[in-house]
Every structure is written in C-alpha cells, then in structure tokens.
Write a protein that binds this ligand. Sequence first.
Ligand code: BYC
Length: 335
Amino acid sequence: MTLTETAPGASEAELERHFEATIARNDRIEPRDWMPEGYRKTLVRQIAQHAHSEIIGMQPEGNWITRAPSLRRKAILLAKVQDEAGHGLYLYSAAETLGVSRLELTELLLAGRQKYSSIFNYPTLSYADVGTIGWLVDGAAICNQVPLCRTSFGPYGRAMIRVCKEESFHQRQGFELLATMMRGTDEQRAMVQESVDRFWWPALMMFGPPDADSPNTAQSMAWGIKRNTNDELRQKFVDMSVPQAEALGVTLPDPELRWNEERGHHDFGQPDWEEFMEGVKGNGPCNAQRMAHRRRAHEEGAWVRAAATAYAAKQGLDTPRSSLAGHSTTGGTER
Ligand code: BYC
C-alpha cells in the first residue's frame, strides 16, 4: 500500500517524508506514489533517452541485414534488431506510467529536444562492426544497465531485468562472431581489428561525461535512479573488456591502457570529449542520417497509428495513449 492510497489527505510534507524514507530503505517508488516533480522529470528524461537509443540503435545494425554473410548470421541479426525494438517498447511503456505518451516522446526526439545515445552516430562500415557492436556496445550497455535493474522506480527496474537478459545474448553473439572471424583469414582478422579501433573510444563515451562534468549524476544517485557514477561504470567496463580482448586476440587502441596493481584496476586514456559533445549536440558523423530515417519511419507509420486508433474506437476500447510508431529496420546508407 502506498501513502497516496492509504492517506489521501496527507500533506505535501508527509508525502515527501514518505518518499524520502522509501528511497532510504532502497524500496521501489511506484507510479501511483507521490514523487517530487524533479524525480519524475529526471526519470522521463533518462527513460525516454534510453528508449530512443534502442529504437535509433536498430539502424546501424539493420544496415547489414540484407548483406549478412550467411542465413544463420541473417537470422541472428534479425532477431537481435527485433529485440531492440522490444526494448524500446518496454521503456516507452515504463515512461508512460509517468504520464507521458510514446507519441509525445517521439515528437520531442524529432524536434531535437530529447537525446539518444552518442554511440549510434557512428557508421557501421563492415560486417565486423555487427560483432563489435554486440561485444563492446552491448557489453557497455550491460555494465550500465545491470545496476539499473535496482533503480528506485519500479517500472524502469522491472523493464531492465528482461532487457539485460537479452543484452547478454547480444553480447555473446557479438563475441562469437568476432571469435569466428579471428579464426579466419588475415583479411578477416584485420577487419575485426579495424572495427575495434573505431568503436573502442565511442563505447567508452556511452557512460556519459566524466563525473566532474556530469550535471545529473549526484542528484540521480541520491534518488537511487542511478546506482553508480559514469566513471565507476566506465572503469568496470574497461576491466571487463581487457581479458576479453586478449581472449579474442585483438588490441585495444589505447597506449595508456595498463594494469595498476595498487588500484586493482586498469589505468586508461580519456576519449575525445569534444567529439562526444559534438555528437550529443547533433553534429556527429551520422546524426542527420539517423534522425532523417527516424522521421521518415514515423511519417510512414502515420496510417498505422490512425488505423489502430480507429480500430480501438470501433471496438469501444480506450484509445491507446501511445500511438504505434513506425519502426523500420532498413535503409542505413553507410555503404
Ligand atoms: N549519449 O549528467 P549526465 C543500447 C547527456 S542503448 C548521448 O552524466 P545522466 C543498445 C545526458 O543525457 C544504450 N547523450 O547524464 C541499443 C545529459 O544531457 P541532458 C542507451 C549523453 O543522464 C541498440 C548530459 O549528457 N543506454 O544499449 O545522469 C543496440 C550530461 O550527462 C550520453 C541508456 O540510455 C551519451 N552517451 O547519465 C545496441 C542507459 N551521456 O539529458 C545497444 C540509461 C550523457 O541533461 N541512461 N549524455 O540534456 C543512463 O544510464 C544515463 O542517462 C547516462 C547519462 C549514463 C547515459
């Protein structure tokens, strides 16, 4: 039972105390509970950005579905890209419990008022990139998202549990693809190394700016929305990736990367934070292409939304709060 249910006449101060106590006990806040406006806004911002990332993230890999080197690889890639659509939908549903619809959030993205992950502004230039995205990008996503299973907002944490299970499969398929290529020809090994060289630094950027330059981390940690800082998770990812790179036989492109016995962690160099900021501002290598494709898919899906709304009205059902967005997986123009 929540305080709003048990004590409808509770004062704002009582509600706030109840909220703070719930956070302090590491219990979950649920949609019908009272919450500070800043908490709600932060969640909408983060969950929407996360949902948009999953949907935009279908594009770089979708670019290779028609050119997968075998039926097996095509089936695996199709399933993975389809999983990303599912992740986007769980996340939009979690955001809807906070009183915003999927359509509103999509429109904010298209108007440039919400973001998606910087990683998807980089092109996928070879099939090795499918493996590298699975290994490094999904690996980084797992590092970031496993702690989010314990986030303080119930619907977000519960969505993350299923997302993380699927991301683990994605990461392993990427590693397996790269391991297969590394057992192949010199040319295939070179393709893998070239791909890892391009994706290593952008993968480190996925965790967000350094803690000292992260305006949201402190408050999000205090509210239990984030459970680790950006730098803590980046470190965990580097420590996890080094032995995996050794097992694969690839070199990570960082001359400063070395084990630090005293810290019990790897030291590593800093990504180009200016390049990161440019991407976040919309000036990365593929930003315009990603947004143009997303806009086209949304416009081409208008008839589906209209049909679904008309069908719901005919059945006497509530009009769905979220309109169906047209999510196409095709059409990247990297190559
Ligand atoms: N890219 O104060 P900070 C996936 C923004 S999908 C773009 O540290 P926060 C996958 C940040 O929004 C992976 N923008 O922010 C899918 C903020 O700007 P605003 C997506 C970034 O929120 C398909 C400003 O910079 N995962 O795995 O405390 C295929 C300052 O940052 C980025 C998630 O979304 C970035 N990388 O922390 C394969 C995970 N980093 O909003 C794989 C959930 C920062 O104030 N999100 N910004 O205008 C999070 O955990 C956190 O939002 C972040 C950032 C760690 C990303």
